[in-house]
Ligand binder design. Structure first.
Ligand SMILES: [Zn+2]
Length: 488
């Protein structure tokens, strides 16, 4: 028996695919990682603490405060941040009893690391330049442990323009948008960025011993479609690495680029109330039909993002299986039906020891109001936010009342309970669930209004009851011990 060349190549490809096993997104998951040894603390109560807070107030006073006032038993100390300012004097949430108003703090690492973990990347020098040789692990962990508290490193990898100025070569790993322009967000398919992220995990687990009890990892990022739906007009990434990956998956780069450019034009027209036939959702759907590569590229981005997290988790478990390694899930999970479809809790069962859910219900009011306005400026421009809200609540599975009242009322405590319950059910006991309990979490300065909901002690009580009533394994008092001012 013999085959012509084309058939032979096709058969070889089919055989290779079978031999390699199912691709991501197909049915069969990887065998579970053994996690019997993970030391998850019972009654987990954590709080995030920024680098400058330790400098401003001193280590012992902060530990005293959070232990006595919040019953906190686990510190999430920033070991890497993306830049922030201290609280502003006239900012949205003045904290009269502590904190310091003031200057911009650049980002980077707040701990010392051995360069040997970063041989494989061009990102080698990323110490935050602001605090001299301050090392949050050495200076805080022993004192926390002396009080019976656990010390987790909080490795937050949001995009921040300031990092380009702090970290040599950081701009080199940035995403490239559909118009060929560099952005400020690093690309998860760039090998140097991947090596940087894994080097950090190694440096925390191998470079330190008993000081580090666990790692919380975060990156509040979304794919090009999610971003464009929320008003960002620079869909990315179309760098060489992403293009190569797309070609390997049979996705046309040129058609994806054409689709995203058309999408930018549509949403710009929606923003300007200019659409010839006056119907926006139909036009949006027509573009998806004409350019299914829009969705393919979104999935390519999301798979890359999630794959990096799975790789970091697998590596952390190989190094220190007993130390909890978990992830922050940003609030878009509860606002954005498109993002929720991509961030599937069931897929985390084998890829996380815990999840912190950003269920900030008080800030959630203004934040959701802004989000609805953004959707009604793009995909759902056929509706006003007032008309959109009842439909949205049905889709998302909660009800926060009329759009007009969202800013002043925030979201009800039941929102915390409903999202917690959903996560608990979907991870099926494989992952600890820690909802974030909102204690005056801010909204972006540009989105803040004077009448926005402020948190009361009773709000906190209700949210905690809602979280534990829904089966939470602990909570993260949110968002920070001292909040930041957002002007970065
Ligand atoms: Zn890329």
């Amino acid at each position: 028996m013999f085959f012509d060349r084309r058939t032979f190549v096709r058969l070889c490809s089919a055989f290779a695919a079978v031999a390699a096993g199912p691709a991501r997104g197909q049915t069969k998951p990887a065998p579970p990682i053994s996690r019997g040894a993970v030391k998850n603390r019972k009654n987990f109560v954590a709080i995030q603490v920024r680098g400058y807070a330790w400098i401003d107030e001193g280590v012992e006073p902060i530990l005293d405060n959070i232990q006595k006032k919040g019953n906190v038993n686990t510190i999430w100390a920033y070991t890497f941040g993306y830049g922030e300012t201290r609280l502003q004097k006239n900012g949205p949430i003045p904290l009269p009893d502590h904190g310091k108003s003031g200057d911009t703090v650049t980002g980077g690492a707040f701990y010392a690391y051995d360069p040997k973990y970063f041989h494989n990347t061009i990102l080698k020098d990323f110490r935050c330049p602001d605090y001299g040789d301050f090392n949050v692990i050495e200076q805080v962990a022993p004192k926390a442990k002396a009080r019976g508290m656990s010390f987790f490193t909080w490795d937050l990898n949001n995009a921040g323009a300031i990092l380009n100025r702090v970290i040599p070569n950081y701009a080199e790993v940035a995403e490239v948008d559909v118009y060929g322009r560099r952005t400020i967000a690093p690309c998860f398919n760039h090998p140097d960025y991947q090596a940087f992220l894994s080097g950090k995990v190694e440096s925390l687990l191998l470079g330190y011993g008993s000081e580090v009890d666990g790692i919380a990892w975060g990156s509040e990022r979304m794919g090009p479609l999610d971003n464009i739906v929320q008003g960002l007009r620079t869909p990315a990434c179309f760098c060489g690495f992403c293009q190569q990956k797309a070609r390997e998956q049979g996705i046309s780069v040129a058609r994806a680029q054409a689709g995203y450019r058309a999408l930018v034009e549509l949403f710009q027209a929606a923003h300007d109330n200019q659409r010839p036939d006056g119907r926006y959702f139909v036009s949006f759907w027509r573009l998806l039909l004409r350019y299914p590569e829009i969705l393919s590229w979104e999935t390519l981005w999301t798979d890359s993002f999630q794959s990096v997290q799975e790789q970091l988790y697998g590596m952390a478990k190989a190094i220190a299986p007993e130390k909890p390694f978990g992830f922050h899930i940003m609030q878009s999970m509860t606002f954005n039906p498109f993002y929720r479809a991509e961030e599937d809790y069931t897929r985390r069962r084998n890829g996380a020891d815990f999840l912190k859910l950003a269920t900030y219900n008080n800030a959630g009011g203004p934040r959701l109001a802004v989000y609805m306005e953004e959707l009604c400026n793009s995909v759902f421009h056929d509706m006003t936010p007032q008309e959109f809200a009842p439909w949205f609540y049905k889709v998302m599975g909660y009800d926060a009342g009329p759009y007009e009242g969202l800013r002043a009322s925030g979201l009800p405590a039941s929102y915390v309970g409903e999202e917690t319950r959903r996560a608990v059910e979907q991870v099926a006991g494989e992952v600890q669930i820690y909802p974030g309990i909102d204690i005056n979490v801010p909204v972006l300065n540009r989105d803040a209004h004077p009448g926005d909901k402020k948190t009361s002690p009773d709000d906190v009580r209700q949210a905690i009851h809602a979280a534990f009533g829904a089966g939470a394994n602990g909570v993260v008092l949110s968002r920070e011990y001292v909040e930041c001012g957002w002007r970065i």
